[in-house]
Write a new protein. Structure first.
Length: 270
């Protein structure tokens, strides 16, 4: 088994090598093991996927950390934790989530500028930067190189202000973030504009981007890390709903033709 320091070094190396890499988002130990068995090189948690599996609209930081622990323990791969806004508005309080994620086995994690309050969804610029600075300080206190991802959430909340988004990403980079991330970017031209404005690795989430884009296109545009957020869990949920509707509305069971092969699943779970 790799040590946490080994995983951290491996994760950092993935961001340094040429080209983009995919970091899929499992939501439990089983999906983490399946992805590892397929040969993926790193994993990222998804707070949306977790919330859906728990039957909740939102999820607490405690639940996020526990889910991180479950996924980190399931495989030998580096894990990046989706920590949302780190559970607090105050920078120093929010930064404590970094140490908690590291203790749970993660070698990377994110802090975002979304407040969780629909009436005021995005932190004011200065506070958002202070929060990233506090998180950077927390990573430097760890005994291994934890990779901090700073997220500018404007586009997810209907604030399609590209200039402000770039300003925030540049400020987060200057504050010491290792990876930059702006969920909600859709087209390749906008993605290219954002990536060209920063010098640190950029994470694109495909759950909100043009689904026809390929790894090769994104790599050529300068994207380094490609995640899918809660998209795989929602895709699985869609299959669940289709099978449930088929039984309820038609009294039929043809969905069993598409079941995951038991042998493949058992092999991954050994």
């Amino acid at each position: 088994m790799r040590t946490q320091a080994d995983k951290a070094a491996r994760f950092r190396e993935l961001h340094r090598r040429s080209g983009a890499f995919i970091i899929p988002n499992p939501w439990d130990a089983g999906t983490a093991k399946l992805l590892a068995a397929m040969g993926y090189e790193a994993l990222a948690t998804t707070s949306l996927g977790l919330a859906n599996t728990l039957g909740r609209a939102t999820v607490s930081l405690d639940a996020i950390i526990e889910n991180c622990r479950v996924i980190a323990d399931a495989t030998d791969l580096p894990v990046n934790a989706d920590l949302e806004n780190c559970g607090a508005d105050d920078p120093k309080t929010a930064a404590k989530a970094i140490a908690r994620a590291a203790e749970a086995g993660a070698v990377g994690g994110s802090i975002e500028d979304s407040t969780g309050n629909p009436q005021h969804p995005i932190y004011d610029f200065s506070l958002a930067v202070e929060r990233v600075q506090a998180a950077v300080e927390a990573t430097r206190a760890l005994p291994f190189p934890f990779m901090l991802t700073a997220r500018a959430e404007n586009f997810l909340w209907g604030r399609k202000d590209l200039d402000d988004t770039i300003k925030r990403l540049q400020a987060f980079e200057a504050a010491g973030a290792d990876v930059l991330y702006s969920p909600g970017l859709y087209d390749i031209d906008t993605i290219r504009t954002v990536v060209s404005s920063i010098d640190k690795p950029f994470n694109l989430v495909m759950g909100f981007a043009d689904p026809t884009l390929t790894v090769d296109q994104l790599s050529a545009a300068g994207v380094k890390r490609i995640s899918v957020g809660g998209a795989m869990e929602r895709h699985a949920l869609a299959a669940f709903l289709r099978s449930a509707r088929e039984m309820k509305d038609r009294g039929a069971f043809t969905f069993v033709r598409d079941m995951a092969p038991v042998k493949e699943v058992r092999e991954a779970f050994r």
